[in-house]
Design a protein around this ligand. Structure first.
Ligand SMILES: *Cc1c(COP(=O)(O)O)cnc(C)c1O
Length: 398
């Protein structure tokens, strides 16, 4: 089956034509090493500087606060391990995060726990929102860092970032946010919002895979990540990936061009999708309906296995995602869905559709019809659905 609808933009995105065109000269013509002193090298140096400037502008930051990384995971690792290492010298070995972070954050925190750090995992409520008061109460004298994601990658909920940043600063604690899903979908200004460090990734905003940024406010001492040459202000050695950097600058420029208009347009489409899917009996929306990314729809369809849903939809030319166990390579369903208080059976039937502004109403209706068909077929074969129908088991959450 050929791909008809790509509805998995939270997993990765297509490199768009303007991004590709911006990158192309840097492979075969402008291929200089930015450290070389002849013209070709100096051109590369200038190009990187301009890209850094552009990215800084889009975030409300300064050029020398932008560090290129290989992506969101590396930026998260650097921010958290770097701060932990730096501040442990001052006896600060406590980190605060949330239970439903991306694994790039959670597994980094778990690693640090094994190294003798202490981590507090803040819970989220049933709508996938963090209560800033919980963070306030968790901050201690030895807290080095608070790291809370801007928007969740599975359920799309957007956290009260400014409020959290304010609390951190009142208590003299650094604040980092994984904004990989938020960039281009919510207006961000690191200075106005009091964000000390921020991670972003190119391939979630139509640049290529393998490029990202860590923004670190001036004054923050980041330990070296990769020792070697003088690239990235001497903190991350290695000859710069000029085409990827140029592509990222172009992608973030386009992504942040007119966010309010994009939110309006995509929200309408997403609501059409959510409303359509909620007409399927015993289906629930996961995550707050209002405080969520404009392109994110995450529902649980009771009695269905996520993997069955995905494979059946693939057969209809629709690419989507699920937080069910089979798709994540572990036995447990997604930690994000479980953090909402969903039981395993409900979490197993989850479906994430992440759309962009190019999707048409016809395509949305095709998704809805397809999911309905698949759900009906799946439920006919589902022993769980049988038991629910006959009243033997019930789930009050749905
Ligand atoms: C995709 C993603 C990452 C990882 O980014 P990579 O560039 O793939 O390393 C981190 N955090 C969130 C929230 C993401 O969605």
């Amino acid at each position: 089956m050929e791909l008809k609808i790509y509805a998995d933009n939270a997993a990765t995105t297509r490199v768009t034509e303007p991004v590709l065109q911006a990158m192309l000269p840097y492979f075969t013509e402008q291929y200089g090493n930015a450290s070389s002193i002849y013209t070709l090298g100096r051109e590369a140096h200038k190009t990187i500087k301009a890209a850094r400037q552009k990215i800084a502008e889009c975030l409300g930051a300064e050029e020398n606060e932008i560090y290129f990384t290989s992506g969101g995971s590396e930026a998260d690792n650097w921010a958290i391990k770097g701060t932990a290492l730096q501040l442990s010298q001052k006896g600060k070995k406590h980190i605060i995060t949330s239970v439903f972070e991306h694994h790039a954050v959670l597994h980094t925190c778990e690693f640090l726990e094994k190294q003798g750090y202490e981590v507090t995992y803040i819970p989220v409520d049933e709508n996938g929102l963090i209560n800033p008061e919980d963070i306030k109460n968790a901050i201690r004298d030895d807290t080095a860092l608070v790291t809370i994601m801007y928007a969740n990658n599975e359920i799309g909920t957007i956290q009260p970032i400014e409020e959290i940043a304010k609390i951190c600063h009142e208590k003299g604690v650094l604040f980092h946010t994984d904004a990989v899903q938020a960039v281009g979908n919510v207006p961000i200004n690191v200075k106005e919002q009091g964000i000390d460090m921020l991670s972003l990734s190119g391939h979630k905003i139509h640049a290529q895979k393998g490029i990202g940024v860590l923004y670190a406010r001036k004054g923050i001492v980041l330990p070296n990540l990769i020792h070697g040459g003088a690239q990235e202000r001497g903190k991350r050695a290695g000859t710069e990936n000029v085409p990827a950097i140029v592509g990222l600058a172009k992608a973030i420029e386009i992504a942040t061009e007119n966010i309010p208009e994009k939110i309006k347009k995509v929200t309408e489409k997403r609501n059409r999708l959510i409303d359509g899917l909620l007409t399927i009996p015993r289906t629930r929306l996961n995550g707050d309906r209002e405080k969520r990314l404009c392109g994110n729809c995450n529902v649980s369809i009771l009695g269905i296995e996520g993997e069955f849903l995905l494979l059946s939809l693939d057969g209809k030319g629709i690419a989507a995602s699920s937080g069910s166990a089979c798709t994540s390579g572990s036995l447990d369903p997604s930690h994000v869905l479980l953090s909402l208080g969903l039981c395993h059976e409900v979490a197993h039937g989850s479906l994430r559709l992440s759309i962009d502004e190019n999707i048409t109403d016809e395509e949305i209706d095709y998704i809805i019809t397809s999911v309905k068909e698949v759900a009906e077929r799946g439920r006919m074969m589902s022993p769980l659905w049988d038991s629910i129908q006959s009243g033997k088991v019930d789930f009050d959450k749905i």
